[in-house]
Write a protein that binds this ligand. Structure first.
Ligand SMILES: Cc1cc2nc3c(=O)[nH]c(=O)nc-3n(C[C@H](O)[C@H](O)[C@H](O)COP(=O)(O)OP(=O)(O)OC[C@H]3O[C@@H](n4cnc5c(N)ncnc54)[C@H](O)[C@@H]3O)c2cc1C
Length: 485
């Protein structure tokens, strides 16, 4: 059975001891992309770095799992950035191992597969003329009736801009499936950061003159490492070790205790040995809640934890190897329907042929949005497989008979949840932590900021600039990619 924190691996990846002289002593908490990229930047500047990772290997959400020659990312990770510095960072890291892959996706709506991002008039054509007319009318009337609606929730934000009918058909079902909460509970910030669909006016213009104005977002390209996204953390890990960095995996963080000249970070290693490391500076990329828990209670950390109630959404990944050459040519396929257990699939072979052991096979990485404590989270693996495969068979996506092998991976802390009020709560946490000028948050999980890996790399650059202001670099401001899913 696969578990997120413990994956079979060669014993050599267990514990490495390297040292580095000079500079400041940094402890980096968490070995995902944020922690690894930070560690590498610090080492190149001559500082000493010890990285603490609770899992048995580094990579976090950016890992690639290999099972019997089939490779799976957690949900399929493509790399895209509008920031040339970030793209160059990746190219320098992976060199010839980086592929360029065309992107085209579909969404399953009204028993039909429609292009995603949604394009018009194609998308309206799957509905009856009356329903399509109702959507247009709802959009037009929202311009008047919803004009003064405040942007508090996701629901407010979308209805004001697209009308209720489009909201109910296109936006609400998938969003509620992903987050497991009602759209009226989700902060409007989420919508404003992520929805990059054209306005209805633009859609209608395409409907009238589609040939002149094909949406640029319909087909684009992205970068992908040829043996899976996990090549990025694996390469970073290798470079960190080559530069003398120290990485502790399977290391349980017991305490991060502020002392006069820095922090004492205590961990228990897999062999039961406890270690206390003195740090001049701590960079945390672990869940904010875990960091607060590690700070001694008498400093008020647990009160802040209870007050802030920051939530993360978990995820189940069902990875299926199939005895057939291809399911579709899609990069991703979205399944918003509430009655379907799964929400999104991705076919790794479409991104790189090296993701399968033999070209006569393919595979699907299937995302099931679920959190610890929910019904589907607690189901036995074979029941998850049976439900998903039965449903896919029924809608004609795959055939039961094609299933060759399967694995289930439960992924905690997959997404920070932007519940209404989260921003104020996050400010409370950040204000509290800011009393220690040598404690820094970085990355998606560590700073509770929904960003893709390109955003994480920009965040690392931002941190490095903050730590070493004397080094003026030409890093551009954070560009949050406008994408709803
Ligand atoms: C389903 C899914 C699909 C995605 N698709 C894309 C995509 O297509 N493109 C893209 O660019 N990005 C994508 N992302 C986002 C991308 O994965 C993240 O932006 C990035 O990996 C976050 O890196 P991080 O280091 O901030 O966090 P994480 O990867 O979460 O790293 C945090 C690390 O801290 C460790 N940790 C936790 N608690 C402790 C503790 N107590 N002590 C020590 N260590 C601890 C964890 O094990 C983990 O390794 C996707 C994410 C998900 C969930």
């Amino acid at each position: 059975m696969l578990t997120y924190d413990s994956v079979e691996r060669s014993p050599a990846v267990q514990l490495r001891q390297y040292g580095s002289d000079g500079g400041q002593r940094f402890v980096v908490l968490g070995g995902g992309l944020a922690g690894l990229a930070t560690a590498r930047e610090l080492l190149t500047r001559g500082h000493s770095v010890t990285l603490i990772e609770k899992g048995s290997e580094v990579g976090g959400l950016a890992r690639t799992f290999e099972q019997d020659g089939f490779r799976f990312d957690i949900g399929g990770h493509r790399f895209h950035s509008n920031n040339p510095t970030v793209v160059q960072w990746l190219k320098d890291l992976l060199k010839t191992d980086l592929l360029t892959v065309p992107r085209h996706s579909h969404i399953y709506l009204n028993q039909r597969f429609v292009n995603y991002p949604i394009q018009f008039p194609g998308a309206l054509a799957i509905f009856s003329p009356a329903k399509a007319a109702h959507m247009v009318a709802s959009y037009l009337s929202a311009k008047v009736t919803e004009r003064n609606r405040q942007d508090v929730s996701f629901e407010d934000w979308v209805i004001k801009r697209y009308g209720r009918a489009l909201y109910e058909v296109f936006f609400q079902p998938y969003t509620e499936k992903v987050w497991g909460i009602a759209c009226e509970e989700l902060a409007a910030t989420w919508a404003s950061q992520r929805i990059g669909l054209p306005s209805m006016w633009e859609m209608l213009k395409h409907a009238i003159a589609p040939a002149k104005n094909t949406p640029a977002t319909a087909i684009s390209e992205f970068y992908y490492p040829r043996r899976g996204f996990g090549m990025i953390p694996a390469t970073l890990e290798r470079e960190i070790l080559d530069m003398g960095g120290m990485i502790h995996t399977s290391a349980k963080l017991i305490a991060c205790e502020p002392i006069e000249a820095g922090f004492q970070v205590s961990v228990v290693l897999e062999n039961g040995v406890q270690r206390t490391i003195h740090a001049d500076c701590v960079v945390s990329s672990i869940p904010v809640n875990a960091l607060l828990q590690s700070i001694p209670e008498h400093l008020g950390s647990h009160e802040i934890l209870a007050q802030a109630k920051l939530e993360y959404r978990d995820l189940i990944c069902l990875m299926v190897a199939l005895k057939k050459e291809q399911v579709s040519t899609d990069s991703w396929t979205y399944f918003p329907h509430r009655n379907l257990m799964f929400g999104r699939t991705h076919e790794p072979k479409n991104w790189s042929p090296e993701m399968v052991p033999d070209p006569s096979y393919t595979s699907l990485a299937i995302e099931i949005f679920s959190s610890r404590g929910e019904g589907s989270w607690n189901l036995p693996d074979d029941e998850i497989l049976k439900t998903v495969v039965d449903q896919m068979d029924q809608i004609g996506w795959i055939k039961k008979a094609d299933v060759h092998k399967n694995w289930v991976l439960r992924v905690p802390y997959a997404y920070p949840v932007y519940r209404k009020g989260y921003a104020e709560n996050l400010t409370v946490v950040k204000d509290y932590l800011s009393q220690w000028s040598n404690l820094h948050l970085v990355g998606r999980t560590g700073s509770f900021h929904y960003m893709n890996s390109d955003g994480v790399i920009e965040d690392v650059f931002r941190l490095i600039e903050e730590l070493f202001p004397q080094e003026a670099t030409a890093v551009q401001p954070l560009i949050v990619s406008g994408r709803w899913m």
